[in-house]
Each structure stands twice: as C-alpha cells, then as structure tokens.
Design a protein around this ligand. Structure first.
Ligand code: NAD
Ligand code: TDX
Length: 358
C-alpha cells in the first residue's frame, strides 16, 4: 500500500468512527406499555409505516392497559404481545436480549391517581425503568428511548420550557417521571448507553382511557353527565394529537442524538374551559353540563414547550388542532362499546371517590 493510499484509508476510518450512520435502523423493537393509549397508537403507526419491523409489546395490563386497543394488529406476524411487568428483571432481561431498541412507554400515567396513592408510580415509573436500563446495559442495546413528559419541568406562568431548563416536578407522578428521565440520562453519562429522552405535552386522540380531561369530558358529555372542571378552569395545557406524537417518536428513534432530550409539543395552548366549550359545542350539548369542582392539589397552572430543538432536526406537528379534535370527538361517538366497557367496576369506585361533590 502506498503512503498516500494508507492516509486516505486512515482518514476514511476516522470519518466513519466520528460520523456514524446518521439514521438508526431497527429490526426488533421492544415497546413497553404498548397496550395503553399512546403505546397502542405508536405500535399501529410503526406496523403500518415500516414493513420490515418486528415489535414485542411488554405490558402488565393494569387498569389502563387494554388488549382491545390493538385488536386490529393482533394477527400480524410481526407483532408479539407479552403479558408482564417491567419490574420483573428476568423477563426484561430475556426480552431486551432479543431486541435492537427499547421504547419505554410503560408507566402509571394519571396525576390524580398519583395524588391519591403514589406507590405504583414509584415502583413502575422509577424501578421499572431501572430494570429496563440494566437489561439494556447488559445486552448493549442499540437505542433506548425513555418516554418522559413536559410535566417534569413543573409549571410556568409565561415563556416556554427548553430542554436544558431545570426539572421542578410538582406531583408524585411528575416526580417519578423526572426520576426515570434523569436515571436514563445517568446511564448515558456513566455507561455510554445510547439513551434518548422525549418530553411530550398533553396528548389527545383515540384509545385514551376515559379518566383524562378530553376522553373523560367527551364520554361524559355523550352520556349527558356533568363535566367536572377543576378550580377556575383557567389552567393551560399544550395539546398534541397522538398521531403527531407517534410520528415524532418514530423520527427520534431514527434521528435523535444519544444523550439528548427532545421536547415534543403541539403548539396548541388552551385553557381547560376552552377545551370544555369545544367539546360541548361539537356535540351540541348544553353549557349546564359544565360543573366547577374542587381544585386538584398542587395543580400546575400552565405547561408550555419550546420545540425549536426537534424542529431543527426536521420534525414538526402536522395535524391542525381543530380537525384533530373533531376527529377525536367523532371517534368516541362512534366507538361507544370501547369506552362503555371501561366505565365500570374499578373505574366507578375511582370516579365516585375522585368526584365526590358531583
Ligand atoms: P396509559 O396509562 O394509557 O398506558 C400505560 C400503559 O403502561 C398501560 O398499558 C399499562 O398497562 C402499562 N403498564 C403500567 N405499569 C406497567 C408495568 N409495571 N409493566 C408493564 N406495563 C405497565 O399511558 P399513556 O397516556 O399512553 O402514556 C404513555 C407514556 O407516555 C407514559 O410514560 C406517560 O408518562 C407518557 N406521556 C403521556 C402523555 C399523555 O398526555 N398521556 C404526555 C407525555 C408523556
Ligand atoms: O376531571 C378533570 N377535570 C379537570 O379540570 C380532569 C381529569 C382534569 N382536569 C384538568 C387538570 C389539568 O389542568 O385538565 C387538565 C388536564 O388534566 P389531565 O388530562 O389529567 O392531564 P395532566 O394532568 O395535564 O397530565 C397529562 O399530560 C402529561 C397526562 O395525564 C400525563 O400522563 C402526561 O405526562
């Protein structure tokens, strides 16, 4: 080999090491919490848009997990459901071993429930994430996406949170998510595990368990039941259509940079009263269904995200808010058997306790 050829080859090797393939390619993806609201929408999105992917869905099927959410995908040979707990180290070890990447959606996700009984939040959201990270470290996983939330920043009266702002979570739910968010980051810093963290704003869309603002209010309104507005109803959330969120996670899985966190927002800030009015007007229901009830303890006033970082990478939401709301409301109107079944048993006991004054 000539001298100049040797240097050319050396330069080429250095380039490959420093600028690895920009896109991460996944063949077998372990999705946890895939029987829940966002996870099920995400699995459907991935199976529809990536022909060669295989997905393992590990889900404990808590009250929020529902195999019916993926009934249409169950027979797909690329999809496998495993009923189990992310806190089970033996199981996570075995499943991570056969995967190239992990996306951890599994969590206890409802703020009000975390205020009543935080135990499961600490266990699943923190310890469960730890078990997955340990398995990922042991098997040298290619990519680990931790699904965090905008709530880790806490509340802000003005301005937008950026990824390097301090985390000031205010509920047991958001504190448990912040713990998992930083634990995942520590595995990047300490062990060079290829971790990427996403922090999305409030999601809405089909298959959302009817305990969250939009899914609860739409289904209550359809039954002419009261819509319980906490406090003065002027708390603000940034609403993100679930399909936009799924596309953003798919994008981050391929293009996100190791060790980075990415905000994912919809750019649709609305007060809870504005959301309530949209629902009542769309369904042609009377204003009298609106009922002001006792405020949530520690209720965050406003969440707002800067999405400049992910925009620079090449993603932005593409579903207009009004259209996505109409589509979502129509979905609950047309899928009554899906949610009617859920509003029974444990749900009714929770509802009675949570909304005593209704
Ligand atoms: P969800 O409550 O609808 O679903 C959670 C799923 O996790 C369920 O299927 C449940 O059975 C499963 N699960 C719970 N504990 C488990 C365990 N120990 N082992 C295995 N599976 C378990 O939640 P969601 O709204 O779909 O949220 C999904 C993720 O996205 C969560 O991590 C949440 O913190 C995050 N997030 C949600 C929103 C939102 O607006 N819903 C916004 C930002 C981030
Ligand atoms: O009955 C209600 N009345 C009411 O006024 C409920 C359930 C909610 N609210 C208010 C509280 C909030 O200001 O509506 C707003 C939205 O409440 P939730 O739907 O419970 O969502 P939030 O608490 O904002 O958290 C959600 O977004 C971030 C998800 O539940 C989290 O999983 C996610 O991380």
């Amino acid at each position: 080999m000539t001298f100049s050829r040797f240097f050319f080859t050396l330069k080429f090797i250095v380039l490959i090491v420093h600028y690895p393939n920009e896109e991460f390619c996944v063949q077998t993806l372990l999705v946890t919490g895939g029987a829940g609201f966002i996870g099920s929408n995400f699995i459907r999105h991935m199976l529809k848009t990536h022909e060669d992917i295989r997905i393992i869905n590990l889900d404990k099927l808590t009250y929020a997990g529902n195999p019916e959410n993926l009934k249409d995908m169950a027979a797909d040979p690329r999809y496998r459901f495993v009923h189990g707990d992310i806190c089970d180290g033996i199981l996570t070890d075995a499943l991570v071993r056969e995967s190239d990447a992990v996306i951890n959606f599994a969590a206890e996700s409802h703020v009000d429930r975390s205020i009543g009984k935080p135990d499961d939040f600490i266990q699943t959201d923190i310890f469960g994430t730890f078990q997955l990270l340990e398995a990922a470290r042991k098997h040298g996983i290619g990519r680990f996406i931790q699904i965090s939330t905008d709530e880790v920043y806490g509340s802000t009266e003005d301005g937008c949170f950026r990824e390097d702002d301090p985390l000031m979570p205010s509920s047991p739910y958001s504190a448990s998510k912040a713990g998992a968010d930083r634990l995942a980051y520590s595995y990047f810093v300490t062990y060079r595990l290829p971790v990427v963290i996403t922090r999305a704003s409030n999601n809405f869309g089909p298959y959302q368990y009817p305990e969250k603002l939009i899914s609860l209010f739409v289904t209550n309104a359809l039954d002419d039941l009261p819509l319980p507005v906490y406090g003065d109803g002027l708390n603000v959330r940034d609403w993100l259509f679930v399909l936009d969120h799924c596309e953003a996670i798919d994008f981050i899985l391929r293009k996100g940079e190791d060790g980075e966190a990415y905000n994912i927002g919809g750019g649709n800030e609305r007060t809870n009263l504005e959301i309530t009015d949209i629902i009542l007007q769309t369904l042609g229901k009377p204003d009298s269904l609106k009922k002001f009830v006792e405020d949530r303890k520690g209720h965050d006033r406003r969440y707002a995200l800067s999405i400049e970082k992910i925009e620079k990478l090449g993603w932005r939401p593409r579903h207009p808010f009004g259209e996505a709301m109409r589509e979502t409301i129509a979905w609950y109107r047309d899928n009554r058997p899906w949610w009617e079944k859920l509003k029974s048993g444990e749900y009714l006991a929770y509802y009675k306790k949570q909304y005593q004054t209704l």
